[in-house]
Design a protein around this ligand. Structure first.
Ligand code: ADP
Length: 487
């Protein structure tokens, strides 16, 4: 009940836009880690200062001061280790113990430790009191303003209480030997001047730091909104392109089917020269349709936010692709071989529609960049907890220096531009995006294992995990998901 109330209070203080923003929570998480690491440094510094001032500067700390100093340093180290561990288990869940609570807990523990340290190093005469300002600034950058002001009021009040109790003698005073010649803590004018300046300094620091943090949050919010608007506009543009491109496809598909009708001699016999020209015309229209499909696939992929997680029978999917591509391969006298070398045919989890586009693209390229009478060899293997789909050809191959570039949008290698194959340069970029979405890897090797003289060929290998781990909010796509091999 109380946790709920506290949660409601804390969340009402976090800007509305930030609650659903992964970036905001990530920033709080990162700042938490930063303060935890900083605290290890503080523990080191405190230990060094204690040793240095006792052994080198020969400051005569009292036994109470030494015990308190060591105990406070040890307890900071202890709670820091606990906080460090706790941080790993804290999820970015607005309704649970989330990173904001960890920031608050850290700040309270630090302020209590500092209050004790200040008390045992001379109270009002302690050189450490300035560190309160530092804590307030760090707190203001992470926590909501009202929370930091409340903490500032509580801790300034506690500090004033300790100073007054030391002044009236209800709390022992622990001065550092040799720091001041006179007792300042019992000088009422000094105490009043000091406390008022201290209070003023704390609240001005909180006010300034909070103002800057608020401005930063506002800017971030504007930025997030602008990005959202750009994304909406981009999607509209994609839809518009899809509409036009789709319209273009209709007449070309109609032309292709008329040519088919003539070629299949449904309209009567045709002579050989006409037939040869028509076969060429059919191939060119098929290439045109493939290019249109590439553009449509890119647009669909960009618009396609949903990702269907279903069991995919990869063998069945490849057989479907081969059936669809067979006529095209036959027209170039290219033989498609398919070997399933898996010891255990396991289904994989993924999006069937997207995987079909990816494999179809690789097989289509292997035929397109193959040579007449050549081979396309598709192999299915298991490797650890993944399945490997290898599509090899004995075609034109890919020049060494071009391999890193072929996955970019619109990129076509120089060797294929010279031969007159058509293409959009979009297919492989779509394939890579799809494989990324499946947490997979794509590898390209040229010359391939089918290389012949003058026909280096290429092998594209896709590696897909059987089971995709549910992606953690903070995890990123694998950075190096394209590999290049020369032989
Ligand atoms: P497109 O085939 O429409 O040009 P892709 O994105 O599918 O576009 O391929 C990009 C480039 O990669 C191709 O233009 C070609 O240079 C090269 N490429 C892809 N697959 C092969 C292959 N099997 N053999 C030789 N080159 C290939």
């Amino acid at each position: 009940m109380q946790v709920n109330l506290l949660n409601k209070l804390m969340m009402s203080l976090v800007p509305e836009w930030a609650r659903e923003q992964k970036e905001f929570w990530e920033a709080v998480r990162r700042r938490n880690l930063w303060t935890i690491k900083l605290r290890y440094g503080v523990v080191m510094a405190l230990s060094v200062v204690l040793l240095f001032s006792t052994l080198i500067l020969k400051i005569n700390f009292t036994t109470t001061q030494l015990i308190a100093g060591c105990a406070i340093t040890a307890s900071i180290l202890f709670y820091n280790i606990l906080l460090h561990r706790l941080r790993k288990y804290i999820k970015l869940d607005v309704n649970k113990f989330n990173p904001i609570y960890l920031s608050l807990l850290q700040m309270i523990l630090d302020l209590v430790s500092l209050l004790l340290l200040v008390h045992y190093t001379g109270g009002i005469e302690s050189p450490l009191y300035i560190l309160f300002v530092f804590h307030m600034i760090v707190g203001s950058l992470i926590l909501p303003g009202v929370v930091v002001y409340t903490l500032a009021i509580i801790f300034v009040a506690l500090f004033i209480l300790i100073i007054i109790m030391e002044y009236i003698g209800t709390l022992p005073h622990h001065p550092i030997n040799g720091l001041f010649d006179v007792d300042l803590y019992s000088n009422i004018n000094f105490v009043l001047a000091y406390l008022s300046t201290f209070t003023f300094m704390i609240f001005v620091s909180v006010y300034l730091a909070n103002g800057i943090a608020r401005q930063l949050y506002r800017r971030e919010k504007d930025l997030v909104e602008s990005i959202k608007k750009i994304n909406v506009a981009e999607k509209e543009k994609q839809k518009y392109i899809m509409g036009i491109v789709h319209e273009l496809k209709t007449p070309i598909v109609a032309v292709a089917s008329y040519i088919d009708l003539i070629l299949q001699k449904f309209l009567g016999p045709i002579d050989e020269t006409v037939e040869e020209k028509l076969v060429r015309a059919k191939n060119r229209t098929d290439e045109g349709i493939q290019m249109i499909n590439d553009v449509l696939n890119v647009s669909k992929l960009n618009l396609y936010d949903k990702f269907d997680e279903e069991e995919v029978d990869i063998k069945e999917l490849i057989s479907g692709v081969i059936n669809r591509r067979k006529a095209y391969a036959d027209s170039h006298l290219i033989k498609i071989k398919f070997n399933d070398e898996r010891n255990k045919p396991e289904k994989i989890k993924g999006d069937k529609f997207l995987l079909d586009i990816a494999i179809s693209n690789l097989v289509g390229n292997a035929i397109k960049y193959g040579v007449d009478g050549g081979i396309v060899d598709i192999t299915l293997k298991n490797e650890g907890n993944s399945v490997l789909i290898e599509v090899c050809d004995d075609g034109v191959g890919i020049p060494e220096e071009e391999k890193p570039k072929i996955f970019r949008d619109f990129y076509r290698a120089v060797n294929v531009k010279k031969i007159s194959t058509e293409g959009s340069g979009l297919g492989l970029s779509v394939v890579k995006k799809i494989i990324d979405r499946h947490d997979g890897l794509i590898r390209v090797k040229s010359p391939s294992r089918l290389a012949k003289i003058g026909q280096p060929g290429s092998c594209f290998t896709i590696k897909l995990p059987f089971h995709r781990e549910k992606r953690d909010e903070s995890s990123e796509y694998p950075a190096n998901d394209v590999e290049f091999e020369s032989s």
